[in-house]
Design a protein around this ligand. Sequence first.
Ligand code: SF4
Length: 311
Amino acid sequence: MTETSYGARDGSSILLGIGRGPLDKDDAAESRRDQDFEAPQARTMGAGTTGLASVEVEHRDKLAMMRDGTLGSIHSWELVTAVDGPGTRMTVFMAGCPLRCLYCHNPDTFKMKDGEAVTSEVLLNKIRRYRGVFKATGGGLTISGGEVLMQPRFAATILKGAHDMGIHTCIDTSGYLGANCTDEMLDTIDLVLLDVKSGDPETYKKTTGRDLQPTIDFGDRLAARGIEVWARFVLVPGLTDDFDNVEKVADIVSRWPDNVSRVEVLPFHQMGRDKWDALGYAYELEETQPPSPELVERVREQFRSRGFTVK
Ligand code: SF4
């Protein structure tokens, strides 16, 4: 993941529904109910997996099902507008992430074992119910996390199932596990939200605990296949805001001039701080303030000057 909450921190997103609704209700009624939700002041994340019946299976069977892509570990889902891709989207947050971003607002997705076991059949049935909403709004499905490519086989099953239903599909990823994404899987993805968390390899490592290069490699693959990308960059004062670091992010994104249709600069916020405390993890950005409007504008201009549409 997934900086999706960052995209909504200004309250511009509309959360239509979160992990709710029994599976045996008809599509239209469910869609109406979900649209009764009020827009939140700020989005945190899907509240759970309600409406996605989890399954109890033996450990051995669980592993076999995960291997064949029929069982996944899910943190939550929600129905949103104005984030995670165009239109109204069902965003599914997968559990498990190999990165440890210092600013992560969803540290409760770090471990795959903490998610709920949900079958591909249950999830695809849920997705099917929103086809009308997706069609009416130009929306679709977004798989986020955690890291979607931690569970590539399950993600592949869901993306193909949605794609076969004619639903617009998107993944939100750091690209670190891009090697897990097969060409077949790429054929079922319409849009990638690619988080380029830093341009300087050392800063990337300091920010995420991992290496930058796999993200560049994955971006190159997406460009070669002409898959649309929205590049995302989280602006953290004192961590990622250095002018040269941002220039290096712009250099990386400039490798993909034909398929990057927008760049999103997402200002750091403290919305996830309590989760770090609750989980007993050390939170290093305690004293970090959100960037000033001037700093955000400076960084956005750095991307604009390269010819990108910047949000
Ligand atoms: S640690 Fe994982 S889930 Fe958290 S922001 Fe980084 S990539 Fe996203």
